[in-house]
Design a protein around this ligand. Structure first.
Ligand SMILES: *Cc1c(COP(=O)(O)O)cnc(C)c1O
Length: 403
């Protein structure tokens, strides 16, 4: 039980928060520490601390195998993995990169850093992500590349996008940060399009104390990326590629990522259990719809996203404020949409009515390594309490705002 009997027991009105330590939407996986030390021994023994030592090399082999692809190239972050992949693949002379507005908040910065222009497209209301149709509507003579991020739950329209990219002869990069373990009708995530990019940030599925990687089947691209992450130099040390930088992963990160990767099957089982608890408890909370995983395909069951339906009694922001006061760090789903933010650089945004309609309907609930099944019971109890006491809660919240 969450211990809330009356409205004043809510922390936002002065009650004691349900959790002593915050429960967040970050994965914060802590793999077996002994494994991390064993993998660290590889670079300590070899006395290789930078420039692709033995742990980085092993990680690249293991990840290529995991995704069933020819090449995995690691980077110091997902950001630089994406930026350098886009730099390598864009059609020369063209400037626009098509991407959704309802996505990761740094996506347009990556594109703008390269001197390119984000062109925001609509999302599909079912997948909450891009589809062939929403991207096709934005293609013009200045299109340089399609950047397709998978949504937080399930995958985008991989088959449709592959066909579109082929028909229109456009490079296609998937941001697969949220879909490391997933598969679609087209096969495992990692081997689709020209390249797929991933992150090893501590909030993602595989924790490498930060880091990123790209998977591809393309030998030329793999070689370009290896050069780009190392100043854009060729083997004789001449800078031959623009946008090259120092973006390599170091071995300590790789050792952590390897230990995390060793744990991934067990993690998926733990995530599945958490998801089942949310599923059964949320079935009794009216006004909320759990966004369900497509269990016909492989999934890591990592993120918990709910839709606030029309009969949910409070706004999403009010709901999040109440939860946050309880140290339940629920978050708005990719809000605000990127085309509604002010930016320091040029972007293109056609009217995006579906995005704007979806924009305040979804939120992420706590998940990951530090959230127990018992915690989930407390979280869903609070949500049930909010609906049951909606009227007095609204009155009190509004009087707080007024005073
Ligand atoms: C976190 C994230 C990134 C960036 O990864 P970093 O390693 O944090 O730079 C890119 N895309 C998506 C969808 C993300 O969630």
């Amino acid at each position: 039980m969450s211990g809330k009997k009356q409205v004043n027991d809510l922390a936002i009105f002065g009650g004691i928060p349900v959790f002593a330590t915050a429960k967040s939407t970050s994965n914060l996986l802590q793999p077996d520490f002994e494994r991390f030390m064993e993998y660290s021994d590889l670079f300590l023994q070899a006395q290789r601390y930078i420039d692709q030592g033995p742990a980085v090399q092993l990680l690249e082999r293991r990840l290529a195998e995991f995704h069933g692809v020819s090449y995995c190239i690691t980077f110091c972050s997902g950001f630089w993995a994406l930026a350098l992949t886009i730099a390598a693949l864009v059609i020369p002379g063209k400037r626009e990169v098509i991407m959704p507005s309802l996505t990761y908040r740094r996506m347009p910065d990556i594109v703008a850093w390269l001197g390119l222009i984000p062109h925001f497209c609509e999302v599909d209301s079912e997948t909450l992500s891009v589809s062939a149709a929403t991207v096709a509507a934005c293609i013009n003579e200045n299109t340089a590349l399609i950047l397709a991020p998978h949504p937080i739950v399930n995958c985008c329209d991989v088959g449709g996008l592959l066909q579109l990219a082929e028909d229109r002869k456009l490079p296609l990069v998937f941001d697969s940060v949220e879909s490391v373990y997933e598969s679609t009708a087209e096969g495992k995530v990692g081997g689709q399009g020209h390249a797929e990019a991933f992150s090893l940030h501590a909030c993602k599925l595989i924790n490498g104390f930060g880091g990123g990687y790209v998977t591809t089947q393309d030998t030329l691209l793999a070689n370009q990326l290896i050069s780009l992450r190392h100043y854009g130099m060729d083997e004789s040390g001449n800078v031959v590629l623009a946008h090259g930088m120092n973006a390599s992963m170091n071995d300590m990160h790789a050792a952590m990522a390897l230990a995390s990767l060793d744990d991934v099957e067990r993690q998926v089982l733990r995530n599945q259990k958490r998801y089942r608890v949310y599923q059964s408890k949320l079935a009794h909370v009216p006004g909320l719809r759990l966004v369900t995983f497509d269990e016909q395909q492989a999934t890591a069951y990592k993120n918990i996203v709910v839709e606030l339906l029309d009969d949910w009694p409070l706004s999403r922001e009010e709901t999040i404020r109440i939860l946050n006061a309880e140290r339940i760090l629920a978050r708005a789903y990719y809000a605000p949409p990127l085309h509604c933010k002010s930016m320091e650089f040029a972007f293109i945004a056609p009217p995006l009515p579906v995005t704007e309609w979806l924009a305040d309907r979804f939120m992420n609930l706590p998940c990951g390594h530090l959230v127990s099944n018992e915690d989930i019971g407390h979280i869903t109890d609070i949500l049930a309490f909010i609906v049951a006491q909606a009227e007095p809660i609204s009155t009190l919240l509004r009087s707080q705002v007024d005073s």
